[in-house]
Design a protein around this ligand. Sequence first.
Ligand SMILES: Nc1ncnc2c1ncn2[C@@H]1O[C@H](COP(=O)(O)OP(=O)(O)OP(=O)(O)O)[C@@H](O)[C@H]1O
Ligand SMILES: [Mg+2]
Length: 462
Amino acid sequence: MPRLRSRFVCASCGFATARPLGRCPQCSEWGALIEEAVVAGPGVSPAPAGGGNEPSPLCEVGGADVPRQPTGLAEFDRVLGGGLVAGSLVLLGGDPGVGKSTLLLQALGGLARGGSVLYVSGEESREQIAMRGRRLGVSAPRLLVLAETRLERILQHAAALATTALAVDSVQTVHLQAAAGLPGSLAQVREAAGRLLAVAKESGVAVVLVGHVTKDGSRAGPRTLEHLVDVVLHFEGERASGCRLLRARKNRFGSTTEVGVFEMRAEGLREVPNPSALFLAERPAGAPGSAVVAGLEGTRPLLVEVQALVASPAGPPRRAAMGIDPYRVALLLAVLERRAGVRVLDQDVFVNVAGGFQLDEPASDLALAAAVASAARGVAVEPATVCFGEVGLAGEVRAVAGPEPRLAEAARLGFGRCVVPEASRARLRADPPLEVVGVRDLAGALEVLLWPPGLAGSRAGP
Ligand SMILES: Nc1ncnc2c1ncn2[C@@H]1O[C@H](COP(=O)(O)OP(=O)(O)OP(=O)(O)O)[C@@H](O)[C@H]1O
Ligand SMILES: [Mg+2]
């Protein structure tokens, strides 16, 4: 007979222990360990995905291409790696109200052109969903809606309808009568996701789960699901800006470097095929403290503005960074002062990435340093110039991947000059579409990038 005992699982990182602890030893979160029942003894291991449990030569195993269903939302498909894979389990997370249900309904509307699709909501009535559908212009006859929280019923309906895709909005609202705990509890969320995973793998239905993730991680049940699911998507953006970004944090069927860009409007999410123009729309060209990085997100070049403000401190110097790693900012401030003679270490420094974008790649170092130096010296970055390059601790400017698409995007948006690492310039395979200036160190880069004082207005930006 199976024996019942309990264990304590961290809602934040999934760490499990037999003892109740106030603080999680893995992620240091306080009060996140939640008790759940476990069945010990002879258990049943889930069948492996795709069946076939005899050892066989790898080269003889079939299934070369995974079948994908395009959603018709090109930005969504791009992040998925080319469409929703049959039999995959996708977790779509994001802050409350960011637009998860909107994105899902629009994507399901596209999927329903290829087969019947079931959208289950445990949060909204069918009428509410229909109202949103009308506002978004989603009217596919094979998109079926169901307001239900009992997972057993949801799975019965999905099986009877033989749907190609099933969406559950949200995983925190559904519950299994057979499992312990209240809806939304860790035990219920994990049990429900486990059931849906089995359904996806056995029947080939693509399953999308919506999961709420709050910024403080207090209701972070979905975090613990990240190991279980095939794809983890995160929908983010500042509510005020209207700009929304979709990123893959994990993807068993594609890259995790792609980003999908959307704009939230009254009629729903509009794809932004040309995000550089959106990010640069309100750039104060010619003002000190603003620099443009020619970035690369996955395979897509993206021009983004970095802003900085340097002020005399009233007390100990303060630092604030939005959209960029604060440790990277601290490191670059030290390099700026020690290697390029820009006095910033005893100043207040504030850094912001325009449009609510998150800059992760080291190629943005040069633009960040240029924005801070520009703010500190009170001189603008030459407005028709963009830059990219990683800055090392010795103040050297290092080569980064993909210079060609970055240069092409900068030229397409009307920039006339790009400051790049000399090593990247030397490796260019073709004639660049704009003037390219190779630099070896930060001090040299700032000489090229910053306008000389008193020369404002010499050259118009795009
Ligand atoms: N009538 C409307 N007109 C314009 N925009 C709207 C309208 N209704 C909703 N929105 C936009 O949609 C957003 C909410 O979208 P949605 O319900 O898809 O978010 P969600 O992430 O699913 O939220 P929740 O966490 O509550 O499930 C709002 O923040 C708002 O920006
Ligand atoms: Mg919702």
